[in-house]
Design a protein around this ligand. Structure first.
Ligand SMILES: NC(=O)c1ccc[n+]([C@@H]2O[C@H](COP(=O)([O-])OP(=O)(O)OC[C@H]3O[C@@H](n4cnc5c(N)ncnc54)[C@H](OP(=O)(O)O)[C@@H]3O)[C@@H](O)[C@H]2O)c1
Length: 128
């Protein structure tokens, strides 16, 4: 059976990296939104693999950004997704329903999480 796919918004950030790691650990594939191609390399480095990750360039603040992603999914150019993990998106004024997580801790990609009290993205990945 083909694995389910998670669309991850903000995938190159501290929380996004945790979301990608969590999805892969749960045996899901990832469709990762990045703003620039170069960011994809940053994502692969922090996650530690390219396997199971499809990257798509999109700026979600542009009117056509997400629309193009959905059109490419419909056209079969990108994998269909069953879940969305959005980090940092403000969706309060839309009709999209999300389970939101409010953090009272600081998460950073493993390479940067050296200070006391800062959680590693690979540990926070358990939440996903
Ligand atoms: N880290 C924490 O512990 C923590 C705690 C509480 C709350 N939060 C909140 O959680 C959110 C994410 O935090 P973070 O630490 O992961 O932030 P971050 O490391 O700065 O990452 C932000 C992510 O959002 C992407 N992004 C920004 N604007 C975008 C746009 N217009 N279109 C597409 N992607 C866009 C960035 O992509 P690029 O790589 O292209 O820049 C990056 O992947 C923030 O709202 C933050 O305030 C974080």
């Amino acid at each position: 059976m083909q694995s389910e796919t998670v669309l991850v918004v903000g995938s190159t950030g501290n929380i996004g990296v945790a979301a990608v790691i969590g999805a892969l650990r749960a045996k899901r594939s990832v469709l990762a939104i990045v703003r620039k191609k170069e960011s994809a390399e940053k994502l692969f480095k922090h996650v530690g693999t390219k396997e199971g990750i499809t990257v798509v360039e999109a700026d979600l603040t542009s009117e056509t950004g997400m629309l193009r992603v959905v059109k490419d999914v419909k056209a079969g150019k990108l994998p269909a997704f069953q879940h969305v993990y959005a980090t940092g998106s403000d969706l309060r004024d839309t009709n999209i329903c999300f389970n939101e997580v409010y953090l009272n801790l600081r998460v950073e990609v493993d390479e940067s999480a050296k200070q006391n009290g800062v959680s590693k993205a690979s540990d926070f990945a358990e939440c996903y």
